[in-house]
Structures are given as C-alpha cells and as structure tokens.
Design a protein around this ligand. Structure first.
Ligand SMILES: [Zn+2]
Length: 330
C-alpha cells in the first residue's frame, strides 16, 4: 500500500515545489530590496525561563563554539567518537553551547558563569550581555556572580576591554582555582597546561581582586540563602557546583562536569584536554552521575545544548543519558 501510494505523494511534492517556486518568483518581483531570504539569520534572544519554587531561573546563551572532539577527547578512539556522534546525528566538529544562568531570588540577582566575553573573538561566544538585556536585566543589577570555575568560557565575560562588567557584584569562586590560576609560579604554564589559561584568568580576575569584589570560598559554603557551593575538583582544582533550593525544589549548576553530552554520558571515563586532572575529572563525573541518577534532581550544564537544563538517567551502572527538561510556555 505504502509503495502504491508513493507516486502520488511524489507528484504532490513536485507540484507543491513548482507552486512554491512560482510564488517565490512572484513575491521577488514585487519586492524592491531583496531580503536575505534563506541566508543565515542570527538566532533571536537565547533566553529560557524556569520556575523553581519562589525563584526564577533564566538560562542565557553566550552562543556556541565549534569543538574538534577528535582532537580534544582523551581515552577514546576516533572511530568510537564518530559512532557516538552518528548515533546523535552529529559530526565533528561539534557545535558546543556556552550557557550561563540567572537566579532571581527576589532579593538577589545571581549570575552563574559569565560566558567567554571578548576572548573567543567575534565568531564565537560573547552573546551573554545581549541576552541578559533581552531577559530584562542590566549587568549593574547583578548582585552576585557564581563561577563554577576559572576558565575563559566561564569567567571571560567578567571583563570587557579589560574593565569590570559587573560593577555591583560579589564574585564567588572556589579558592583552589584562584590559587592555581593566579599563582605567579604557574604563569608560563604548568604540567603541560598551557600559558594562555593563566594569562586569561589573570586578565579576568585581577580587576575584581583590585576592587575588592572577589570573594573566594573554601569547601562547601552557604553562599546565599538557598544557594550553596559543592566543591567538585577534577576539571579544575576549584571546580564547584552550586545547589539552589526553594520551596523543596532544587537545581544544581554542574559547570563542566560534562563537555560532550553525546559521548560522555555513555562513556563517562572519556576526558577532555581542558581537564587539569584527567583521572580526577573522570572519577568526579562517574560519582556525580551516580548521585544525580539516584536523586533524580534537576541539573543545569554549561555545555549541554541550550538551555542545558535536564536530568541524568541510567539503565545500568556504566552508561548514562541526559534527558532535557520538558518545555513549558504558559
Ligand atoms: Zn567550559
């Protein structure tokens, strides 16, 4: 039956195509200035709201950046990478989201990570402030910035042309990251970890250090009412989650626990070149996947496809999957 009907379907498609070609031609002749038509158009505002108890969570896109996962992922063969990517309808390089989040508690306006700022050039990242404004907030209204860690795609947005962007914010960050990235002995790179990371970290943090706005914490810390830090070293020494709770609901901002969703959930042992401590990063990921798949609590990742909010699920002890949160718009 299916095959019998196909010629009709094909004929209908062809007719539809001819009709659409004619209507496009007719429209084009009427228009004085041709529009961009099917040419690439910029995304509209990268803003997604999520209600958590009394708090309003807003995911903000800083844009995306192409990631050469063949080159960057460690402990996995190229063929295996391609198999996972094919399974997810992706190909190398993978377009990687850079997500940041605003927590509006009613009393404080808290920003989790700041995107890459100017550091990735005009082609990638750097869209956070435009999206923050599209969400109805000004940078000067941010009372607190929670850095999951000091890497340029998270702390780069702290500065613009070397100047402070969040003039009224306290910057909270795990002390081991400040110690590691600002240590004068590390500035030329350490243990094969390149110099650029340290230069960029210094450029982002120093203005806030001088202004007295930088407030590093050590260990699990109640940062604000309903917001506490959970140190999760591995990717960087001071990498921290932020667990946010309101009216019995929770969300945990997990930063860079995962870089490539399509591979590292199924193969959590796979690490990435950016991990300061590869073995510790893998161990931390496996531990946290176990915790979140049991608790079934909501997580938000800096590099899951925007808006990056969802759950960790498992069918067995070694492999996991990310389930994006259902969309709600009413
Ligand atoms: Zn990152």
């Amino acid at each position: 039956m299916r095959y019998y009907l196909q010629p009709f379907a094909t004929a209908l498609t062809a007719m539809a195509l001819i009709t659409s070609i004619f209507s496009v031609a007719a429209t084009a002749s009427e228009v004085q200035t041709p529009s961009a038509g099917a040419a690439a158009q910029a995304q509209q505002s990268g803003v997604y709201r999520y209600r958590l108890g009394d708090f309003q969570i807003t995911a903000l896109s800083d844009g995306t950046v192409p990631l050469d996962v063949h080159d960057l992922l460690q402990g996995v063969k190229k063929e295996s990478i391609d198999g996972h990517l094919r399974h997810a309808f992706l190909a190398n390089p993978v377009e990687e989201s850079i997500n940041a989040f605003v927590i509006d508690t009613g009393k404080r306006l808290v920003l989790v990570d700041t995107g890459a700022g100017d550091f990735f050039g005009p082609e990638a990242g750097g869209k956070l402030i435009a999206n923050l404004r599209a969400a109805g907030y000004e940078p000067s209204q941010i009372s607190d910035v929670l850095l999951t860690h000091v890497h340029t795609d998270h702390s780069g947005g702290l500065v613009h042309n070397g100047n402070i962007v969040f003039s009224n914010a306290v910057i909270h960050v795990g002390k081991p990251d400040v110690d590691f990235f600002l240590d004068t002995a590390n500035q030329n790179g350490v243990n094969g970890y390149p110099k650029e990371y340290f230069e960029q970290a210094t450029a982002c943090l120093t203005p806030y250090l001088k202004s007295g706005q930088l407030q590093p914490f050590s260990g699990p810390t109640q940062i604000l009412p309903g917001v506490r830090s959970v140190p999760t070293p591995g990717h960087t020494p001071g990498h921290s989650f932020y667990r946010v709770e309101s009216k019995g609901e929770s969300i945990t901002f997990i930063g860079d626990l995962v870089h490539v969703e399509s591979i590292q959930f199924e193969k959590p042992k796979v690490t990435i070149q950016f991990d300061v401590n590869q073995a510790e990063a893998a161990k931390q990921r496996i531990k946290q996947f176990g915790i979140f798949s049991k608790s079934r609590e909501l997580v938000a990742g800096a590099h899951f496809p925007f808006p990056g909010i969802g759950h960790v699920d498992t069918n067995n002890h070694d492999a996991y999957r990310f389930v994006a949160a259902n969309y709600r718009n009413r």
